[in-house]
Design a binder for this molecule. Structure first.
Ligand SMILES: C[S@@+](CC[C@H](N)C(=O)[O-])C[C@H]1O[C@@H](n2cnc3c(N)ncnc32)[C@H](O)[C@@H]1O
Length: 287
């Protein structure tokens, strides 16, 4: 093969690769050809938002305020009984009681989601609606993890890591709750605290996240007979987001000197989803 031909082939591959909005490496590469029918096409990146950012903010704030109130209640109760041992690490403010976050979710959003074995054979864990009804257009989950700008190195953390999510602008979110990814998230989160306030939530790395939405990294890909019922949407946290509620955000910037607002990704319901149903997203979006 001549050098010219080689370059043309590489260029063609690069263009196709870049046009994929979301990819979980290496699973997407292996399965892309099998699943062409499930590709989602959008005409322009800006047309890909189902919910305006203000609406995403409003819904997150509603949940986070209920979480804050219930945590204050828990802390007061713990003070009374002299069993306050959690300190202010920001992790496990529910005292390990997942019901605390789930109650807040049911109260503020009208549904609960949780992780369970997937209904798909050999797909590992999935995410299910366990109570209530998720109405079409609801913010049903968040994709937690460390946020890498397109120019930042992620090589070590990305090796054999199926949880690296690629946003439309090349920003990557590492949602792996194990190994080096977990260490990186914890260290960045500890670094960014402002006085008494945590700027992010590390409890998504445990079995019982205090923000119950932060399990979106476990949502499995749709297939020809299991169509997507949720889709991803980027959400940049606005400057005015209250400082005392940032402790529930499951994302943190890898670099301290990132000049952009914190990138989060939410999953939005494409239709009403009932209790018992598994969530399926679309790993491939072409624009
Ligand atoms: C982002 S993770 C999702 C969580 C994963 N189910 C787990 O338990 O760790 C992506 C991985 O889930 C699995 N997966 C996702 N969708 C699948 C599907 N439709 N069929 C089989 N495996 C799937 C693949 O192993 C893929 O690499």
């Amino acid at each position: 093969m001549s050098l010219w031909m080689f370059r043309t082939v590489v260029k063609r591959f690069q263009n196709k690769w870049r046009s994929y909005r979301h990819r979980f490496v290496p699973w997407v590469v292996l399965n892309l050809s099998k699943n062409e029918k499930t590709l989602r096409h959008v005409t322009e990146p800006s047309k890909d938002k189902l919910l305006p950012d203000e609406e995403v903010s409003r819904r997150l704030l509603k949940l986070f305020r209920v979480l804050l109130r219930s945590h204050h209640g828990e802390l007061r109760a713990a003070h009374h009984t002299h069993f306050l041992t959690q300190g202010t690490s920001g992790e496990d403010k529910c005292g390990g009681d997942p019901a605390c976050g789930l109650d807040a979710m049911l109260q503020s959003l009208g549904f609960c989601i949780d992780r369970k074995p997937s209904t798909l054979p050999s797909a590992g864990t999935g995410v299910f609606v366990t109570k209530g009804l998720v109405p079409k257009g609801a913010t049903v989950a968040m994709y937690p993890g460390t946020v890498y700008q397109a120019y930042e190195p992620i090589l070590l953390q990305s090796i054999r890591n199926p949880f690296v999510f690629r946003c439309i602008d090349g920003v990557l979110i590492d949602g792996n709750d194990k190994g080096i990814s977990k260490m990186v998230f914890r260290s960045c989160s500890g670094r960014d605290r402002m006085g008494p306030f945590m700027m992010s939530d590390t409890s998504w790395l445990t079995e019982s996240p205090q923000n119950p939405l932060a399990v979106g990294q476990y949502v499995n890909n749709c297939s020809n007979n299991r169509p997507a019922n949720v889709c991803y949407q980027e959400y940049d946290v606005p400057d005015k987001f209250p400082i005392e509620l940032r402790q529930y955000l499951p994302n943190v910037n890898y670099s301290l000197d990132t000049q952009r607002p914190l990138r989060c990704v939410v999953l939005v319901a494409l239709r009403d989803i009932r209790a018992g149903e598994e969530l399926f997203s679309n790993y491939y979006t072409i624009c």
